[in-house]
Design a protein around this ligand. Structure first.
Ligand code: TMP
Length: 231
């Protein structure tokens, strides 16, 4: 199997500096002449993305299950592109992915209420439509506590940018992270760093340096085929 490019996802809460860090990393990769494609989810430019955009701006209402499926469909629209970019040697850097999809939906009380028996059922339901999407080789979760986020100023105007929601989203992200980084078949392979939590409450340059340390080992390429999420 010829080498292919790596798939790197940056996840994080609002005010974590995710967009800034993703764009710093993108510029750095480009300055090194590494072929890179920057993607962002939701991709608000597609027909599905436009429905999502209108929902996030509170210009339209949708059932919580329906919007969850639209976010996932928006990733599936781009899945073949992601795979072909990777196999043709272009690194894919992605601002948010399926983990945001699960964390934001599973944090909604209304969605949890659909599955009164256990919270885990809600998580499983949220995960189901994203099963088998191209799997990132590395997911970096930019973590920030609610107090640190508050110090950085108020949240924005969009639907989920509220303190209580962000707290619940953070809890789900941490749960997903534990699941992602737990040893496979009991073997704790230190190279298997698929999910890494980075403290994003620090100086911008310090965080950027840490991100580069995580990404640099992957830029030579990956020998395995593109994996599939949760398979
Ligand atoms: P953005 O601020 O990074 O553009 O993301 C828009 C919002 O959409 C953000 O609050 C996170 C949320 N979101 C979901 O609820 N589900 C998803 O699948 C994704 C990708 C984002």
């Amino acid at each position: 199997m010829p080498r292919r490019a790596p798939f790197i996802v940056i996840e994080g809460l609002d005010r974590s500096g995710k967009t800034t860090q993703t764009s710093l990393l993108h510029s750095h990769l480009e300055s090194l002449k590494i072929s890179t494609k920057l993607l962002k989810f939701p991709d608000r430019t597609t027909a599905i993305g436009k429905m999502i955009d209108s929902y996030l701006r509170s210009q339209s209402e949708l059932d919580d299950h329906a919007i969850h499926l639209l976010f996932s469909a928006n990733r599936w629209e781009l899945a073949p592109t992601i795979t072909s970019l990777l196999t043709s040697g272009t690194l894919v850097l992605c601002d948010r992915y399926a983990f945001s999809g699960i964390a934001f939906s599973a944090a909604k009380p209304s969605l949890r209420a659909t599955f009164p028996s256990t919270e885990n059922d809600a998580l499983l339901w949220c995960r189901a439509p994203d099963i088998s999407l191209p799997a990132p080789d590395l997911t970096i979760f930019l973590d920030i506590t609610p107090d640190q986020a508050k110090l950085r100023g108020g949240y924005g105007e969009e639907r989920y940018e509220k303190e209580e929601m962000q707290k619940r989203v953070r809890e789900v992200f941490h749960r997903l992270g534990e699941e992602m980084s737990s040893p496979v078949d009991g073997v704790n392979d230190s190279k298997d760093k698929r999910w890494v939590v980075v403290d994003a409450g620090r100086e911008r340059e310090v965080v950027a340096r840490e991100l580069w340390q995580l990404v640099e080992p992957l830029i030579e390429g990956v020998d395995e085929e593109v994996g599939r999420l949760w398979e």
